[in-house]
Unconditional design. Sequence first.
Length: 176
Amino acid sequence: MPKLTVAQLKKKLREIKLLALDVDGVLTDDSIYFGADGLEMKKFNISDGLFMVLAMRAGLEIAIVSRRPSPATLSRMRDLGVKHVLQESLDKVELITPLLKELKLNFDDIAFIGNEIMDIGLAEKAGLGIAVGDSSPELIKTADFVTKKNGGYGAVREILEYYFMAVGKDPKKYLR
């Protein structure tokens, strides 16, 4: 399937009401640090987080959809004010379905950014399926759009910059 052009991506982004994000490999560089005591640490991209906050202030719903439960993810999303943190299911379509019902949305209303083979199902079902630049070849093959940036290195910000352009809003207006 041919990938969307940036102009086509922006047109699709105007229609979305929810941005769903995988964590490991999308908001992080796909690394996890473990201490001897089991403490888990992740490196999150600050610019991705900033643009997530600005987009939420501009009215876009954001949800985390992750296979593995992570206290580090919960802590970071709490810090950003992300209300919808869904974790601990291999089936991401099943994981997000109750949230869509709660928000009175359907799959066409969402964009999903992933990086791995377990993200293919939701990327195909979402109105807009996006793969970060260093995603698995299988996801890249099925995604509607592939970011220039790699996961953990500004890929989410890249998409949110396109979102702001698409909806005609200036992200600087949402800095408080």
